[in-house]
Write a protein that binds this ligand. Structure first.
Ligand code: NAG
Ligand code: NAG
Ligand code: NAG
Ligand code: NAG
Length: 489
């Protein structure tokens, strides 16, 4: 027995780079009983059917049609995985792997073609009802996001997330969604990655690509938070009898200090507060992170502005937004080294943060230019979330590895190492993480990278009329991994 234990200790410390060999052994081989495994997708990335059965146009339909060169490969999501017609194939794939959760998003313009409640597209409502029923029939729990970036173009035409009225439009949309699916769906995400949504306003990274850096991004973020707050309070008022749990899915690259110097540690902390904290602080604690308020106010004043570029909430809004998450949706792909310094457009959120970021050259690359493999970052992030927000119930709502269809074995390594760090966060740091929905079940439309960058554990033949789904090695790896865990559940 002793020899066996010693061998296990050695294996664990070796596979973890030997950075901590004081770990208890058994606890690190398996997740706790009840831990849930699943996978994620987003409407625009998989559905296709861009104008099917009365769907309205989204900002992604529009930008990819008006500016095909917005996508590096000149591709678009018109057909994608055709999940609008083939959702049963997706559920089959989830079931084959043994997934217990499926996190997907609802396309706002598929339900409300012009964004507003006065025109409801019944086939759109039916589509998600069928998907939810198919999942439940297969014992797969849905986690549903109301917004994963595909804003109705009709709402963008009146300012999109820059228009304060959008909070009310979002509330109306949420009302319809909760009313329609609330008895079947218990896990909700209002906004997926608000920090990415704002980059559509503050840069050219995503639709609507307005590039209003340092102004439009703060304003969009402000209205995203107001919209989230309204949707949450609405659920409390009208739908609490359904017993659902609401969250946002938070994101950012985890910011690791580049050195032990206090100014670099402070820069990494600012980096955290300007990404995860920007949205998590208001919904957990009320109002923006104090450091964010201080930096943007100071710079705005120095620029001769009499109003801060970071808008102020009214007290009523703070109260509405404060305490509006029942769980923490944690998206993690990568980390960045962060040190003190000034760079970035003037003005911009990057410049306001006063940091310089880079990737450690030792971190392995992926097919995505923004993802390096840094498994330890997810543990640091989980611990930070625990400390900042009182150890909320947490589900990792995205985590995944991209290749060009050529490095699926490295994908397995990515998941192995990240799952190991999540177990450490649970057992060593006491983080309340109860599940993971990986990105992604199937290869799909990877935004500006089109279909050439693949995150799926299931391959999709985009050239076949049926978009044939084929399990990759990583899918079989997950199948075994989950089956092993089901033995203890
Ligand atoms: C894109 O949106 C603009 C503004 O609504 C509209 O005028 C235009 O026709 C749309 N273009 C396409 C190709 O969808
Ligand atoms: C948010 O709510 C908590 C708990 O009620 C309270 O302690 C805190 O002061 C509120 N935050 C703000 C900014 O009002
Ligand atoms: C800021 O300055 C503008 C233009 O000078 C003025 O119209 C506005 O009233 C000022 N706002 C505040 C809050 O002082
Ligand atoms: C596509 O699916 C249809 C219906 O399931 C089937 O009849 C057909 O043979 C499939 N085609 C290919 C090329 O696999």
């Amino acid at each position: 027995m002793r020899f066996l234990s010693l061998a296990l200790v050695l294996t664990i410390s070796l596979t973890n780079g030997g950075c901590d060999d004081r770990l208890p052994i058994a606890s690190h081989t398996m997740f706790p009983k009840g831990f849930m495994f699943g996978a994620s997708t987003a409407a625009y990335q998989v559905e296709g059917g861009w104008n099917a059965d009365g769907k309205g146009m989204s900002i992604w339909d529009n930008i990819t049609h008006v500016h095909p060169d917005f996508i590096r490969t000149y591709q678009n999501g018109d057909v994608a995985d055709d999940s609008y017609h083939l959702y049963k194939e997706d559920v089959k794939a989830l079931k084959a792997v043994g997934m217990q959760l499926y996190r997907f998003s609802i396309s706002w313009p598929r339900i409300l073609p012009n964004g507003r409640i006065n025109q409801i597209n019944q086939p759109g409502l039916d589509y998600y009802m069928n998907l939810i029923d198919e999942l439940l029939a297969n014992d797969i729990t849905p986690i549903v996001a109301l917004y994963h970036w595909d804003l109705p173009q009709a709402l963008e035409d009146i300012g999109g997330w820059l228009n304060p009225d959008i909070a009310q439009y979002f509330e109306e949309y949420a009302d319809l969604i909760f009313k329609t699916y609330g008895d079947k769906v218990k896990w909700w995400i209002t906004i997926n990655e608000a920090w990415s949504v704002i980059n559509g306003y503050g840069s050219f990274a995503w639709a609507p690509a307005l590039n209003l850096h340092g102004t439009g991004d703060y304003l969009a973020g402000h209205n995203l938070l107001r919209a989230h707050g309204k949707a949450y309070r609405l659920y409390q008022r009208k739908y609490s009898h359904f017993g659902g749990k609401l969250s946002m899915a938070f994101c950012g690259a985890m910011c690791l200090p580049a050195s032990d110097a206090p100014e670099d540690i402070a820069a990494a902390e600012r980096c955290y507060q300007f990404s995860f904290g920007w949205f998590a602080h208001p919904v957990f604690k009320g109002d923006y992170p104090p450091i964010m308020r201080e930096m943007v106010d100071r710079n705005s004043k120095a620029e001769g502005r009499n109003v801060s570029r970071l808008p102020y909430f009214t007290q009523e809004e703070i109260n509405e937004i404060n305490g509006t998450v029942d769980w923490f949706g944690l998206n993690y792909y990568t980390s960045m080294m962060t040190k003190n310094g000034i760079t970035g457009d003037n003005p911009s959120t990057l410049r306001d943060t006063e940091m310089i970021q880079y990737w450690d050259p030792s971190w392995p690359s992926t097919a995505s230019d923004w993802v390096k493999v840094v498994p330890q970052g997810i543990r640091v992030l989980a611990k930070k979330v625990k400390e900042e927000y009182g150890n909320p119930l947490t589900i990792v709502t995205e985590n995944g590895y991209s290749d060009h269809g050529d490095r699926d074995v490295d994908r397995i390594g990515y998941f192995e190492s990240h799952l190991a760090e999540i177990r450490r966060a649970i057992y060593e740091d006491g983080c309340n993480i109860v599940g993971i929905a990986i990105w992604s079940i199937i290869d799909n439309f990877e935004w500006k990278d089109g279909y050439t960058v693949k995150f799926g554990i299931v391959e999709v033949d985009f050239n076949s009329p049926n978009k044939t789904r084929t399990l990759k090695k990583s899918a079989y790896w997950f199948q075994n991994y989950i089956a092993m865990h089901k033995l203890i559940q």
